[in-house]
Design a binder for this molecule. Structure first.
Ligand SMILES: C[S@@+](CC[C@H](N)C(=O)[O-])C[C@H]1O[C@@H](n2cnc3c(N)ncnc32)[C@H](O)[C@@H]1O
Ligand code: SF4
Length: 355
């Protein structure tokens, strides 16, 4: 199985036109691309092309954070570092349902995770089933610690389309250097449970992706990761360079921590050192399309323009006000205008690779 690499670009962009066509056909086949959804996505893309601040379509990708709490303390994640600056919260199921009731008919994909461990929310399977029931493809990212036969069965039955599980070390000592408080064996057992339950229930989904964040202390273990992923029977391996969270970019403590974790191998470096500071390696930032097609909802119901705003500094409103009222409100339109004109100067955008 070949590796997928994520170097700040999504799979679709890296695979070019052929990738887009294949992805589109796959969505059509799975029933995720109804005529209504295709027309809506077309309207968003037209609005993007014309740089309209008022988007003609509705968001078709939703990232929704069930909780910002986590059992682990990963040193470069704002949740793990304790720098998120938000109270721990669990999104009420009725607010989740309200979002899906408003957006569900045009949503193509819903990712029920953001900053925090989604499997810590007791209603996660109900949330997934709700979004799936509206016709969207549903994904989550997880550290895998809460996977056992029972929770794995619930996930398979919920209709989850994709789960990506991080595996950043192939023995306890290497694993827990980044996944602080984590247990390597637990994650291996969790992945086995998930694949066994999927098989026992005769389902093709969730698609199981194992993700390896390349860092200084684990870059020698890439082959071992590949071997374990294949042995476990994962559907895809993703190799991804570790990155900063942009909200912490100028924090000297994060910069120092990043120096400790940044891989030595040039191949997996997406940043370069400029004096004391780390800077994005690419000369130019790609234009960001996210605010014309997607929304991110935080666990307290705040609506932010994208997942790169972990602290909710750019909250445009709250789900309880109605998501569609927020989508084209004055704040959101002002944000899109500013992004179109001066992306390179916007604090949350200037160091993001773009979509
Ligand atoms: C913030 S986590 C939340 C989901 C879950 N708790 C987890 O760790 O998978 C979302 C994604 O960010 C990844 N991640 C964590 N720290 C990262 C870093 N420094 N650079 C790049 N990705 C990171 C995680 O592996 C996961 O795929
Ligand atoms: S497991 Fe995920 S949410 Fe938790 S601290 Fe690590 S990266 Fe952050």
């Amino acid at each position: 199985m070949p590796d997928e690499r994520q170097l700040g670009l999504d799979t679709e962009q890296r695979h070019g036109l052929l990738g887009k066509v294949r992805r589109g056909l796959g969505m059509w086949w799975r029933g995720e691309a109804s005529l209504r959804r295709v027309v809506n996505a077309g309207l968003c893309n037209l609005s993007l092309r014309w740089r309209l601040s008022r988007v003609l379509g509705r968001p078709y990708f939703l990232m929704i954070e069930p909780t910002n709490a986590c059992n682990l303390r990963c040193p470069l994640c704002p949740t793990g570092r304790g720098t998120l600056g938000r109270e721990a919260a669990f999104l009420p199921l009725d607010l989740f349902r309200r979002c899906i009731a408003e957006l569900g008919r045009t949503l193509i994909e819903v990712n029920v995770s953001n900053y925090g461990e989604p499997m810590m929310h007791k209603d996660l399977p109900a949330m997934i089933a709700c979004a799936k029931g509206a016709g969207a493809r549903v994904s989550i990212g997880s550290n895998g610690h809460f996977l056992n036969d029972e929770t794995a069965r619930e996930l398979v039955e919920s209709g989850l389309g994709l789960i990506y599980i991080s595996f950043d070390g192939l023995d306890q000592a290497t694993y827990e250097k980044y996944r602080v408080r984590g247990h390597f064996d637990k994650v291996v057992a969790g992945v086995k449970s998930l694949l066994a339950q999927r098989k026992a229930l005769g389902k093709a989904n969730p698609f199981v992706e194992l993700q390896f964040l390349v860092m200084k202390h684990n870059e020698q273990q890439l082959d071992a990761f590949r071997a374990l992923a294949d042995e476990l029977g994962a559907d895809r391996r993703v190799i991804k360079p570790v990155s900063f969270n942009v909200a912490d970019w100028d924090d000297p403590a994060t910069q120092a921590a990043f120096g400790e974790f940044c891989p030595a191998s040039e191949e997996f470096q997406v940043y370069r050192r400029e004096g004391e500071a780390w800077r994005w390696k690419r000369a130019e930032l790609a234009f960001c399309t996210a605010p014309w097609r997607s929304l991110t909802v935080l666990a307290d119901g705040s609506v932010v323009p994208c997942c790169r705003d972990p602290r909710g500094h750019y909250a445009m409103g709250n789900v309880s006000d109605g998501v569609l009222r927020v989508w084209n409100n004055a704040r959101f339109r002002a944000f899109r205008k500013a992004l179109a004109r001066r992306r390179g100067q916007m604090p949350i955008c200037k160091v993001c690779p773009g979509e």
